[in-house]
Design a protein around this ligand. Structure first.
Ligand code: SF4
Ligand code: SF3
Length: 556
């Protein structure tokens, strides 16, 4: 195996024996083969697009498959192999469609030599495993280092885009241009392109990430209303409950509805916390609040929750030997785990069936209390723009000197205490804008308010980083700034997995410069590619807390 797609990668170089995340070598190899299958579909899809339109089902499959390969999503090899088989069938289907249309249009057969990913086929499980294991894709082993780096940056960015596109598709929103781009991007990695050509595709990935997050924002708000200022309960009630984690709001909706009828409590965990901010969910009396912290604390928190846990997307981490919750762990959608119960996908008109989860909850002990009190959130673009007058007044009067965007992911590395210390030590006239699970490093500190505005404004999930961009653009308009970089806003981002890479590329494509990124720069950036980012966008690694605060407060 060779995997360096997340921030936690071994020695900040690459995992080669087993993932630091716990991903076994075999699972890594099978996931890599699934990416190859997606490339094969894309080779035909990108050619077909040139002469005809491409059925959205191919693009949607690729999004689901890439999502499966994101860190801490899929752990069950048979489930991943089923996707490989499904993908190979789809590749054969799109190949036939392409060849027929090509012949019809040009009056001759398509005879060009294509890469292995467009040709290799098997529907035999042992052959598939042998293929995955026999050709581990040692991505840094050959070829030009910079081209390899750009290819991986593109694939990893596409994984993030794919995940958001899948979230939107689940809510009935799909855009052909997103699928077309992902296919173009994946197919490009099978060709010999120059550094310049690859760089422009990476920048286009950023634009596509913006389009995708905007689409998802629209899908969320159209279905569930605009997030609003909300006090989220952190304590527990005396009844047994269900804990739901991940990012999928449709699962949240269906679970709440079904559990309400049975009078079973529901709590959010990790990236599901922002569900509490939506009007459509706040009306459910069985939605109690949020339980616990971010994903990496789940071994302890799923244990003490005592009831069933539903994982709708990343991040699911390995269940430890001493943990007792595997028999109350449920996965759904792209998530899988050996020994956990998988909730089947919804049929065309029907909802997912959460009855097994609800029945199990009734037999469980109530959750053990971890904390009490509340936290405040719900500052997505609509809510912040509703407060625009207050915000503008505070900036004009000097009460707010600077906004620091600290969006992104959390993780278990100790060095992430940097983000807590930044939050604690920022001057009292600085406001933190956040989204994603990075917030757990400081969202329970008492940082106070400025003129009634909390000093930590949480827009929501990592995809709601789009909201932060909308807010920045609104401030630009209100202050009549020529350039978004002239605003009193600094970016100090935390990354862990591939959705954050898509968010990062999105911010670059919006022209944001001077982003700090930590706790480490991605291992998949070669020195030259990192240099391009530094020269063109003034990207910097995080430094010390004091230096970074001093620099950010003066716009550096
Ligand atoms: Fe290593 Fe991260 Fe890949 Fe896991 S996802 S194998 S920790 S690089
Ligand atoms: Fe978090 Fe996994 Fe990235 Fe959605 S839940 S931000 S790490």
């Amino acid at each position: 195996m060779f995997c360096f797609q997340c921030q936690e990668t071994a020695k900040n170089q690459g995992c080669t024996i087993k993932g630091v995340c716990g991903k076994p070598e075999k699972t890594a190899d099978i996931q890599d083969l699934l990416v190859e299958v997606c490339k094969g579909i894309s080779v035909y899809g990108s050619r077909l697009k040139e002469i005809n339109s491409v059925d959205k089902k191919f693009g949607h499959f690729i999004c689901q498959a890439l999502f499966v390969t994101i860190t801490n999503v899929a752990w069950d090899d048979p489930a991943i192999i089923r996707m490989i088989k499904q993908g190979l069938k789809l590749r054969e289907e799109i190949k036939d469609i392409f060849k027929a249309i090509y012949k019809n249009k040009f009056g001759k057969d398509f005879l060009e030599e294509l890469p292995d990913c467009a040709k290799w086929y098997s529907d035999d499980t042992s052959e598939i495993i042998a293929k995955a294991e026999s050709e581990p894709m040692r991505i840094t082993a050959s070829g030009d280092e910079d081209v390899q780096s750009l290819r991986q940056l593109l694939i990893i960015g596409c994984k993030g885009i794919a995940a958001y596109a899948d979230h939107a598709a689940i809510l009935g929103q799909q855009r052909r241009e997103i699928y077309d781009f992902i296919m173009e991007g994946l197919a490009s990695t099978t060709k010999e392109l120059s550094v310049d050509q690859m760089t422009s595709l990476v920048l286009k990935a950023g634009e596509t990430a913006v389009t995708t997050m905007a689409l998802l924002d629209q899908a969320h708000t159209a279905n569930y209303g605009h997030p609003e200022l909300t006090e989220v309960n952190l304590g527990v009630r005396k009844n047994p409950g269900i804990l739901i984690s991940g990012h999928d709001l449709k699962d949240m909706e269906e679970l709440l509805k079904q559990a309400e009828k049975e009078e079973v409590d529901v709590y959010t965990h990790g990236e599901m916390l922002p569900a509490n901010y939506y009007p459509a969910f706040k009306k459910y009396k069985n939605l109690v609040g949020n339980y616990g912290g971010s994903w990496w604390q789940q071994n302890r928190e799923f244990e003490s929750f005592n009831g069933p846990v539903v994982l709708t997307t990343n991040c699911l981490i390995p269940v430890k030997k001493e943990n007792s919750y595997l028999n109350r762990l449920f996965t759904t959608g792209v998530v899988s785990y050996p020994g956990a119960t998988s909730i089947p996908n919804r049929t065309k008109d029907g909802a997912k069936d959460f009855s097994k989860v609800i029945e199990l909850a009734k037999t469980c002990k109530p959750p053990e209390e971890l904390e009490s009190g509340t936290l405040v959130g719900g500052f997505a673009h609509n809510q912040v723009i509703a407060l625009a007058d207050k915000v503008v007044e505070a900036v004009k009067s000097g009460a707010i000197k600077r906004f620091i965007v600290m969006a992104g992911c959390d993780g278990r590395q100790r060095t992430r205490s940097y983000f807590t210390e930044i939050a604690e030590n920022l001057p009292k006239d600085a406001v933190i804008l956040t989204a994603g699970c990075a917030k757990y490093r400081y969202n329970k500190l008492s940082l106070g308010t400025i003129g009634g505005i909390p000093r930590v404004l949480d827009a929501g999930q990592c995809n709601d980083s789009y909201s932060l961009a909308v807010i920045a653009l609104k401030l630009k308009e209100v202050f009549g700034a020529k350039d978004i970089n002239d605003l009193p806003i600094s970016f100090d981002l935390a990354w862990y997995e591939q959705k954050a890479v898509a968010v990062f590329l999105a911010l670059l494509s919006l022209g944001i410069k001077g982003i700090r990124l930590g706790p480490t720069l991605p291992a998949f950036l070669s020195p030259n590619v990192a240099k391009v980012l530094v020269d063109k966008f003034d990207i910097k690694p995080i430094g010390t807390v004091d230096q970074d605060i001093a620099a950010m407060m003066v716009g550096k």
